[in-house]
Design a protein around this ligand. Structure first.
Ligand SMILES: Cc1ncc(COP(=O)(O)O)c(C=O)c1O
Length: 400
């Protein structure tokens, strides 16, 4: 129906119906394999509806009536420091992208250079691509020498590049993220030139919280930041954690220019997710990684091309398919969607959400079978029925 022909009462019910349809389809009938997404526990969801979502609070008590929000922030920051072994934390960044903006804005000046994984190598395009944030910050992009076959930074070349170009900031982390980054191996080079070391853990924050993948602070990072809703199973938002030496430069300088209202219902929900992560993070992270390996090797056995077979496929929540033809990707991902198997066009498959639903290695072998049937052009309606059936066998949220 074209919008102009819809009456206002019809619009009101269409809003409700559209959201209910989405919730039923994506929430109850699909196998979600997008690595940037996850699901929250019922307690986290409930906190998102708190009255705090209607309120402001400011450090100088400009707004009255904030005593519970004040207490909540202190609690949440303490918890975040415990989970990530940080000296300080801020849950105020509204997203991973905003956390990146805070890091670049507070730790560089126009004209400085920032070293990161290039967008063509799976780096975050919101930072380093044309039109990315570094353009607005007027800093110069340098890209890590990278081996796309191994999906890894080339350590010796990177060390030489750091010493030669003396970047002000080195940013680890990427959007297509299979293996840990050489933070420790490059620490000496970074320290020699006095570079700030930032770890953008947007994708792997839940694994790091569970003590897996890598330990950015032990390895030498000054800042760990990222999204709170990818492998970390919190509400959509961001977080930034740091060592004492950058507290004054970053935490104390983020407001008011980069963060003002922080959306306090989100912070309440994030505090709850941190509490869950503190208790069950290690089990969750180990299972996510085991599931990724099981999915990758089962896909490989079914004849679906998977990247990095010779390197163990993956150490993260992601599995990368080795399909490069854009038309094939478009066709394959659309057919997967028709069979209720939801992926992105980067064809990274994420095991985080289904792990939270209780899927184990053998369940992921089942998922691999469904994906391979679509790859082999099986009947979409038949696979869709199987996807819905499999999804409906897992109705509880685990690791809460
Ligand atoms: C490496 C990386 N950093 C930052 C972001 C931005 O995160 P957000 O969507 O929370 O703003 C992304 C998003 O996908 C990402 O992949």
């Amino acid at each position: 129906m074209p919008p102009s022909t819809i009456t206002l009462p019809a619009i009101a019910s269409r809003i409700q119906e559209t959201v209910a349809s989405h919730d039923r389809w994506r929430g109850e009938e699909c196998l979600n394999l997008i690595p940037s997404e996850n699901i929250t526990s019922p307690r986290v969801r409930r906190l998102l509806t708190s009255d705090m979502g209607h309120r402001y609070r400011a450090d100088d008590n400009f707004y009255r009536g904030t005593r519970y929000m004040d207490e909540l922030e202190t609690l949440a920051e303490e918890l975040a420091c415990k989970v990530f072994h940080a000296d300080w934390a801020s849950l105020r960044p509204l997203s991973g992208h905003v956390a990146d903006m805070i890091a670049v804005s507070t730790l560089t000046k126009p004209g400085d250079s920032v070293l990161m994984v290039g967008p063509n190598d799976g780096g975050y395009e919101g930072l380093g691509a044309s039109g990315g944030y570094t353009e607005y910050a007027n800093v110069k992009n340098l890209f890590f020498p990278y081996d796309p076959e191994k999906m890894r930074i080339k350590i010796h070349e990177a060390s030489d590049l750091i010493k030669e170009t003396r970047p002000k900031l080195v940013v680890y982390g990427q959007s297509y993220f299979l293996f840990p980054h050489p933070v420790k191996e490059l620490d000496e080079a970074c320290r020699t030139v006095g570079a700030g070391i930032v770890y953008d853990g947007s994708h792997v924050l839940g694994l790091i919280a569970g003590g897996s993948f890598q330990k950015p602070f032990t390895d030498g990072a000054h800042l760990l930041l990222g999204s709170t809703h990818k492998s970390f199973f919190g509400p959509q938002g961001g977080m930034i954690l740091g060592t004492r030496d950058v507290q004054g430069t970053v935490k104390d300088k983020q407001r008011p220019g980069l963060i003002d209202n922080a959306h306090w219902n989100r912070i309440a929900a994030l505090a709850q997710a941190l509490e869950e992560m503190h208790r069950v993070g290690p089990d969750y992270a180990k299972q996510v990684i085991a599931n990724s390996k099981a999915l990758a090797s089962a896909l490989d056995e079914y004849g679906v091309p998977v990247k990095c077979r010779d390197y163990g496929y993956t150490e993260s929540h992601q599995v990368m398919l080795d399909i490069t033809d854009p038309r094939e990707i478009e066709d394959f991902t659309k057919r997967l969607e028709s069979a209720n198997l939801i992926v992105d066009r980067g064809i990274r498959l994420g095991t985080n959400e289904l792990t939270r639903r209780g899927f184990k290695e053998d369940d992921f072998e089942h998922v691999a079978g469904l994906l391979s049937e679509i790859y082999e052009r099986a009947d979409l309606a038949k696979v869709r029925k199987e996807s819905i059936k499999l999804r409906k066998e897992f109705n509880e949220i685990h690791y809460t």
